[in-house]
Design a protein around this ligand. Structure first.
Ligand code: HEC
Ligand code: HEC
Ligand code: HEC
Ligand code: HEC
Ligand code: HEC
Length: 217
């Protein structure tokens, strides 16, 4: 039978097919992988704020407690942002004429809260609650990093579903004593009770923390 295609057409066709397969594969990998990169998740990036507020200065420098400004973190789903008068307890006396604080004075005068931008934001279809994490031995820095080292706030963790599940599968090693919840420098040491003992201490168990309905309700 006469060959319609010459032998090397076969090779070319294979090469084209292989090329297409590779393109599909890298395309899929990119489509799936890119949204999960730290770049796409804005990890480590700061955002513009009405006032360049520094946690480094106020937390590490002045030693102000998280709860003074994020006062609902232990009792409600939201940590909350400080109202203007919290800043004014000090700034009605210090830096009263500073230009950077003009938005603060405007906010007080016009009785409108400062519109702080957000670096951590979950989609609406995810349920999250601060108070239970705090009550069960999960500290701020496990999710927000060392904010006392941040001159400007940046997101420390990707906040993907994977990030949440990594801990929900096995929270023990990340649980800390009650006294360390707000400590941004905390790391697990060998003198601490075992992860299993921490899990027992906080009465964790009895429900499966990876069930979809825990976070999607
Ligand atoms: C417990 C007192 C206190 C509270 C509360 C407070 N500050 Fe300050 N703030 C200070 C002091 C002290 C300085 C530093 C002055 C200096 O540099 O010596 C400062 C400095 C600043 C500066 C100048 C830049 C910098 O970080 O050095 C900004 C901006 C600022 N504060 C914003 C705020 C805002 C916004 C709030 C409320 C969310 C707030 N502060 C709450 C005490 C306070
Ligand atoms: C003096 C007030 C003050 C104190 C003390 C303070 N914060 Fe804040 N915090 C703010 C303000 C104002 C913002 C909004 C501006 C910004 O992002 O820097 C904020 C933002 C944040 C955010 C960003 C949330 C988001 O989604 O953008 C986190 C996380 C946070 N604080 C954690 C902490 C932790 C943890 C501590 C204690 C170690 C702490 N803060 C202490 C005032 C404070
Ligand atoms: C288990 C992870 C986790 C821990 C632990 C945690 N946070 Fe958050 N935090 C988040 C997430 C997720 C958001 C965004 C919530 C949203 O968009 O609904 C957030 C948002 C915030 C905000 C923005 C305001 C708000 O309430 O949405 C502040 C401020 C904050 N956290 C402070 C803290 C402080 C202070 C602590 C420690 C006492 C803490 N967080 C512990 C995950 C955590
Ligand atoms: C470092 C560990 C850790 C991380 C990270 C973490 N969690 Fe949790 N989470 C826990 C622990 C511990 C509990 C309490 C379990 C219990 O009570 O049995 C919990 C409980 C919860 C609950 C149950 C609340 C309730 O009232 O029933 C929800 C919802 C939740 N987490 C959502 C999230 C989401 C969403 C994220 C990611 C943004 C996240 N968690 C990240 C450790 C973690
Ligand atoms: C510990 C909390 C938690 C649990 C448990 C959980 N999710 Fe999620 N899920 C999240 C978070 C957080 C996001 C948002 C991620 C983001 O911002 O991209 C998410 C996003 C999603 C999305 C959107 C697409 C995506 O991947 O971003 C789907 C679909 C989803 N979850 C399905 C599920 C299913 C099915 C289960 C049960 C097998 C489940 N989730 C269990 C926290 C959780």
């Amino acid at each position: 039978m006469a060959a319609i295609f010459r032998p090397h057409a076969n090779v070319a066709a294979k090469a084209v097919l292989l090329g297409l397969a590779l393109l599909l594969l890298t395309g899929t990998a990119w489509w799936w992988g890119y949204p999960r990169t730290d770049y796409a998740r804005r990890v480590g990036y700061t955002i513009d704020q009405p006032i360049p507020f520094s946690h480094e200065h106020h937390v590490a420098g002045l030693g102000i407690q998280c709860e003074l400004c994020h006062s609902t973190v232990e009792v409600s789903a939201k940590a909350g942002m400080p109202p203007t008068y919290t800043c004014m307890t000090c700034h009605s006396q210090i830096w009263t004429n500073a230009a950077v604080l003009a938005p603060l004075r405007d906010s007080l005068a016009s009785n409108t809260p400062i519109a702080w931008g957000r670096v951590t934001n979950l989609p609406d279809y995810v349920y999250f609650n601060h108070s239970i994490h705090v009550a069960k031995g999960v500290g701020c820095s496990s999710c927000h990093g060392q904010v006392d080292k941040m001159a400007l706030m940046a997101k420390a963790a990707p906040m993907t579903m994977q990030f949440c599940l990594d801990c929900h599968r096995n929270p023990g090693p990340q649980l800390r004593p009650e006294s360390e919840i707000f400590n941004t420098e905390w790391v697990r040491t060998t003198t601490m009770p075992s992860p299993a003992a921490m899990v027992q201490h906080y009465h964790i168990g009895g429900r499966n923390l990876t069930d979809c309905s825990i976070c999607h309700r």
